[in-house]
Write a protein that binds this ligand. Structure first.
Ligand code: C2E
Ligand code: MG
Ligand code: MG
Ligand code: MG
Length: 285
């Protein structure tokens, strides 16, 4: 019981419950508030095609702007949202907001680009993701081909049959599927052929030392070659230097994403970037 000892003292909270559990409780309440008060925003980071040097798509990344505290990183609150089940509602907001943004940009004649949405394991496995997405696409009139879903490999390995069935449904709707943070889970390229996937994103932990660590270089090259042999597009995340990009280009990686090209930015900023890059693609990179 939380209430132990005399005098109504809550020993459970003061002694047993650790600080991080307490912090989580606070975040959980704040997250409910954030949903109700519309405190989430999406920032967008471009991906660039290494053959054409053009922007090939954007990734939507959630930001929580808490009044008086500035931006809070998704690394801090997405895990809490996952644990508490709030991810369902937050994830739905993300999908709807991306579709709204696509309609707005289309109306402004911004060059159309596919937008990637990150899906948490729980969003994929629990709930009814196919129905949810299908409903939002219909309501907003968004073509399914404009949406890429990024899923991490961990969940697919744990529940491969269920994941495969859900991903099949999503692909059937016309969405594209990417495996995010590839190489960090219990990765085996063999399982990829059992899943309806379009692309893989090499985790930035391999990309970081690709020009100085021969193991990371070998892993990265191997992922690219095997990905291509399986008919997949290969994207490298976390590209920060020209040297990393040169290595990836030489290794025939298809696309890159990272601070070298652009950091995630609010919609108004990313639009300027899209227009500038589509105007003079060759000189930018
Ligand atoms: P992710 O999907 O792997 O996204 C890439 C993360 O790396 C982003 O962090 C991005 O800002 C960062 N990044 C991009 N380029 C570079 C680079 O060159 N160097 C370095 N050091 N970092 C780079 P962010 O935005 O903090 O997001 C972290 C993670 O939170 C994401 O990893 C994703 O797993 C999760 N996340 C973000 N938005 C959402 C969302 O809407 N829904 C869900 N379920 N998860 C999200
Ligand atoms: Mg991602
Ligand atoms: Mg990633
Ligand atoms: Mg990541």
């Amino acid at each position: 019981s939380a209430k132990s000892g005399g005098g109504g003292t809550y020993h459970f909270f003061t002694k047993t419950m650790n600080e991080s559990a307490m912090a989580r409780l606070v975040i959980e309440n704040d997250l409910r508030e954030a949903l109700a008060q519309n405190q989430f925003e999406l920032h967008y980071q471009p991906k660039v095609d290494l053959r054409t040097n053009r922007i090939s798509g954007l990734e939507a990344l959630i930001r929580w702007k808490q009044p008086g505290r500035g931006y809070i990183s998704p690394m801090q609150f997405i895990p809490v949202a996952e644990e508490t089940g709030l991810i369902g509602k937050i994830g739905e907001w993300v999908i709807a907001e991306v579709c709204r943004q696509i309609a707005e940009w289309d109306a402004q004649s911004v060059p159309p680009l596919p937008i990637a949405i990150n899906l948490s394991p729980r969003q994929l496995i629990e709930g009814r993701i196919t129905e949810t997405i299908s409903r939002i696409l219909t309501d907003t009139g968004t073509p399914a081909a404009r949406i890429v879903l990024e899923v991490t490999e961990t969940v697919m390995m744990q529940e491969i049959k269920k994941s495969a069935a859900i991903l099949e449904e999503l692909r059937h709707l016309g969405l594209q599927i990417a495996v995010d943070d590839f190489g960090t889970g219990y990765s085996s390229l063999a399982y990829l052929k059992r899943l309806p996937i379009n692309s893989i994103k090499i985790d930035r932990s391999f990309v970081r030392d690709v020009t100085i660590d021969t193991d990371d270089a070998a892993i990265t090259r191997t992922i690219i070659v095997m990905g291509h042999n399986l008919g997949l597009k290969v994207i490298a995340e976390g590209v920060e230097t020209k040297e990393q990009m040169a290595f990836l280009r030489e290794s025939e990686c298809d696309e890159v994403q990272g601070f070298l090209i652009a950091t995630p930015q609010p919609p108004q900023e990313i639009v300027k970037h899209i227009l500038r890059l589509s105007a003079n693609a060759e000189t930018e990179l």
